[in-house]
Design a protein around this ligand. Structure first.
Ligand SMILES: [Zn+2]
Length: 63
C-alpha cells in the first residue's frame, strides 16, 4: 500500500516536472517568435542578428 502511494507520488512529480519543462520551452519559443516579429522595416533583418553584409543603421555596431 505504501509502495503504491510512493510510486504514485513519484509519477505525479515527474508529470509536474514534465509540465514545467514544456511550459519553459513554450515561453522561450513564444519570446523567440516575438523577437522575430520585430524585424527592421528598412533591411528586413533582426537588429540582433543582421546579415553579414548589411550596413543598415538599425543594427550598426556599437562604438
Ligand atoms: Zn535595418
Amino acid at each position: 500500500m505504501l509502495r503504491k502511494l510512493g510510486y504514485s507520488l513519484i509519477v505525479a512529480a515527474v508529470l509536474m516536472l514534465g509540465v514545467g519543462v514544456v511550459n519553459a520551452v513554450f515561453v522561450s519559443t513564444a519570446m523567440a517568435t516575438e523577437a522575430e516579429e520585430k524585424k527592421c522595416d528598412k533591411c528586413g533583418d533582426l537588429p540582433s542578428k543582421p546579415a553579414k553584409d548589411c550596413k543598415c543603421a538599425c543594427h550598426a555596431p556599437k562604438k
